[in-house]
Structures are given as C-alpha cells and as structure tokens.
Design a protein around this ligand. Structure first.
Ligand code: 13P
Length: 256
C-alpha cells in the first residue's frame, strides 16, 4: 500500500510569531481531530527559518514530519543565501520539495539542475517531493501529458529503482496554483494515471504502484475529499489552505 501524504507548502508566508501560532494550532487540531488519521503522513513545509521551530512543535505528534521547500544541488560552498541537503539532514529534516513551478519560473530551475538536486537530497537521506505540471497554454494547445512525463524522465529516470522508490511525485498544474481553478478530479486522475503508467514503463509495475503521487493546485477543504477519492491520487501538496489550520486539518482528514 502506497503512502498517503498531505504536505503543506507555506511558501514565503508568516512571521516568526505567526508561524509559531499556526504550528501550535495545527498540532492541537491534529491531536484533537486527526490523530486517528495515522495512515496519513502530514508534512509541514514552512520557510527554512522556521524548520527547527516546526520540528519542536511536531515532536509530540506521531505522523507529522517537517520538510524544506528547496535545497541547493551542491553540498557546500560559495553560494550565498542557499541551503544544502547535508544541512537539512544535519538538523533532522526528512522531506524536501524540489522543482516547484515557482522555483522553475522565478529561479530558472531546469530539469537538469533538478536532477542534481534530487541526487543530493537522496544522498542525504531526504525524501524529495518532486513537483511537475504544465502551464495553461500547454494544457489548452499542446502535448501537456508529454511535457509532464518529460519533466519526470529528465529529472528522475536516471535514478536506480531503489532510489526512485524513495521519491514522492507531486502533480501541480501551474494554471491551478493559487488561482482557485482546481483541476477537476477527473483531470487529476487522468494525469496521475498517465504518470503512474510512465513510471511503470521505466521501473515496472510494482514500483509504480508504490509511488505516492500527490495533487497540488487550489486543493482545499471543500474539494480535497473528491480529489483524494480518485484511485491514483495519493494525497495533496497544499498551498493557501495549509495556512489556515482548520482548513488544513480538513484536508488531512479527507486523505484518511
Ligand atoms: P495553492 O494550494 O495555493 O494553489 O498552491 C499549491 C502549491 O503550489 C503547493 O505547492
């Protein structure tokens, strides 16, 4: 049985006080309402500055982990402002989001560079949450399924089967991120099914069936249950709705 995961990507939001408050609200609500959702892994991905704070807050809750939103591909060196996978490992971080469309768009991250980031994350025992997804233009006018498959091929298919099986994939159509335009559950299912088949073509059915594929893009308390009910949707990568504790908990419960 593949893992069900709900990850909250806070992006560049919250001051320290606000982060502390949101974390304790999430932790309390999980304890009160969602502790039975033990088969769902919750991953909180606050800005790097608050990773340690988040770890301290979630220490008493069993099924909650902390993840970073990015890491550099090199282990160390003269890269001002960057954070490396060994650094994340050294403070006990377990997950790292890689290849988010905002990083691809605003920081020019390429599939090749992302392959290096994936390598560094895996070498340091981190679980990459590898993001892929097409633009609105491609969805309307192009081979959007081929495009997303290529993102996976170019950044992940150099991995050994053993390494690949540690990766979590997140399908996040760019047109759905922060727009309120969620992919329909059928659109999400269609793409997830195609991606799983693509993975099976490279690594075989067993690994493909074990790969968690999350959906992201305006997933929220209202639509999560329907999205997560799709057979190939194994949870979500949640932006805006992860910043409101009650909404986020509703999404977590929807993955049960
Ligand atoms: P929204 O849920 O705000 O659309 O963001 C999705 C996302 O980008 C998560 O990584």
């Amino acid at each position: 049985m593949r893992k069900k995961i709900v990850a909250g990507n806070w992006k560049m939001n919250k001051t320290a006080d606000e982060a502390q408050a949101l974390l304790s609200e999430i932790v309390n609500l999980i304890k009160e309402e969602a502790s039975s959702a033990t088969e769902v892994t919750v991953v909180l991905c606050p800005p790097s500055l608050y990773l340690t704070m988040a770890q301290q807050q979630v220490a008493t809750v069993g099924n909650v982990s902390v993840g970073a939103q990015n890491c550099h591909e090199k282990a160390s060196g003269a890269y001002t402002g960057e954070i490396s996978a060994p650094m994340l490992k050294s403070i006990g971080i377990e997950y790292v989001i890689l290849g988010h469309s905002e990083r691809r768009q605003y920081f020019d991250e390429s599939n090749t560079q992302l392959a290096e980031k994936v390598n560094s994350a895996l070498e340091n025992g981190l679980t990459p949450i590898f993001c892929c997804g097409e633009s609105r233009d491609l969805r309307e006018n192009g081979d959007y399924i081929g495009f997303v498959k290529d993102q996976i091929t170019d950044s992940l298919f150099h991995l050994s089967p053993e390494s690949f099986s540690k990766v979590v994939v997140a399908y996040e159509p760019i047109w759905a991120i922060g727009t309120g335009l969620t992919a329909s559950s059928a659109q999400a299912q269609d793409m997830h099914f195609e991606l799983r088949r693509h993975i099976a073509g490279q690594y075989g059915d067993e690994i493909a069936q074990e790969t968690s594929i999350l959906y992201g893009g305006s997933a929220n308390a209202q639509n999560a249950a329907e999205l997560f009910a799709q057979p190939d949707v194994d949870g979500g990568l949640i932006g805006g709705a992860s910043l409101k504790a009650p909404d986020f908990i509703t999404v977590v419960k929807a993955a049960q």
